[in-house]
Design a protein around this ligand. Sequence first.
Ligand SMILES: Cc1cc2nc3c(=O)[nH]c(=O)nc-3n(C[C@H](O)[C@H](O)[C@H](O)COP(=O)(O)OP(=O)(O)OC[C@H]3O[C@@H](n4cnc5c(N)ncnc54)[C@H](O)[C@@H]3O)c2cc1C
Length: 510
Amino acid sequence: MPNLAELSSGKFDVAIIGGGIIGAGIARDLALRGARVALVEKGDFGSGTTSGSTRLIHGGLRYLEMLDFGLVRMDLREREILLRIAPHLVKPLEFRIPFVKQTAWFRAKMRVGLLLYDALSYDRSLPGHRFLDTAETLAGEPALTRDGLNGAGSYFDAQVRMPERLCLENLIDAAAHGASVRNYCEVRSADLKSGGVQSLLVRDVDTGEEAELRAKVFVNATGAWFDRVQTAVSGTASRRLRTTKGIHLTCGPMVNKANVLFSPLDGRLFFVIPLLGKTWIGTTDTDFPGDPTGVQAEEADIEYLLRSVEPFFPAVRSLPIYSTNAGVRALVRQEGSESSVSRVHRVEETVPGMFSVLGGKITGYRAIAEEASDAVARRLGITAGCRTASQALPGGGAAPSNGLGALYGSRAPEIAAFSGPCGDIGAQARFAIHREFCRNLDDFLLRRTEFAFAPDLGAAVAPDALEAMAVELGWNAAAQETQWRRYQSAAGRARSNAVADRPPHTSQKQ
Ligand SMILES: Cc1cc2nc3c(=O)[nH]c(=O)nc-3n(C[C@H](O)[C@H](O)[C@H](O)COP(=O)(O)OP(=O)(O)OC[C@H]3O[C@@H](n4cnc5c(N)ncnc54)[C@H](O)[C@@H]3O)c2cc1C
């Protein structure tokens, strides 16, 4: 990873602000085209909205109702590409729409919707939709209510268990092709001359050290932070986004399929999904004009989801809630209810010399990155085309069939070279430091590995990880204490006060 001096003395064609999935995708795309790329991220890679998503790789049945056919088609095409280039991270998943006390009109609407969804994914590798009777529905999903159940619709989409790692693998590949990428490095302002961006002032978040980052072209890929960064760079207040919050609950195991449900409270579509042996429930959609960095699930969000799920899965109230997770959507500003705002993205030159991505989904990240990279490449006079649709991500080759293979894909055998003290955890922690830009204990437990999905949010493995990282990064006792506190605070946010305070009759805290 480059230090600040290397960033400020580097000769870059393009500097990208934001190391979420979209910035990472652009960095990879342009590095593969031969551009000299720098990318800076103010937190850890993937720690923004990318880690707050529902983790579905889907066209989005819901968007058909909004007549966003172009968006659905693009995402269904991208779903197929991701299944090919990241088979270790993106897996097919069966979705069910249980018909519980639904009208004939609702069933007819679903029938048409699923037909259209299949038609728009004409090049799919996944099975098409079908309808199940009540017995088959219950055989697959025994926890579903029997009260008013009358079969279900079934179709396939996909799931990315760890979008954080999808993001990371884009950056690992970008770096392998010469990109300089740095986390914990924040863009503070820009130097604008003759109306165009000349350089960015960046600050090391840990040391406070500042440096100038020069490039020929800049990209603002800061998602929900777009307006803040656009304002800092242009010096003029920007209000292009509508930002909405969505939360998820991680509960004990209950479902086998991804269930598409409509809240009896307001008719909104939401999901109850199996994820890493747990049940993942979400999401909400409420305006959130605040700083996305501090987003957190509140009691009202949790209660909304539980009350929405209960009529379909009465057992939900007796499940332990292990953690909550929240993210902020960046939607191109539009009036109307939160859920009615289009998810279509835009790529624009929002300041001369700076291209920006507004909106977008994880599913479409590669195509969005291609569109933004095309614009940058045209400006730079780079003629090489995009290669990201056909070139597998670093772990996308043949993977060993063990737990490490499921997480690291074909890179899993590389971890053996890092074996030593603290067993498997130590080896993965050292691998994360030397191969995956890992700087902190919480980076490792929350975003390099799946440990934070355990009911204890990774507390059992944290001491080994801390010990291995302390040796590797030279942390003294005070630094280890700071690291421990950082992790506790991140885990505490995930557990959320609202969950901790929940009375025992509504959830059992682990
Ligand atoms: C609740 C919810 C559920 C979702 N579910 C899905 C889903 O199931 N499927 C799907 O496809 N999409 C889903 N999405 C959408 C998807 O998560 C986002 O579109 C995607 O993650 C956006 O990626 P990004 O890179 O634009 O933003 P981010 O991941 O937020 O990355 C932007 C980065 O910019 C950094 N940054 C900000 N300011 C600065 C600065 N000054 N200097 C340096 N760096 C800075 C931030 O720290 C951040 O890491 C969901 C979104 C939400 C909120």
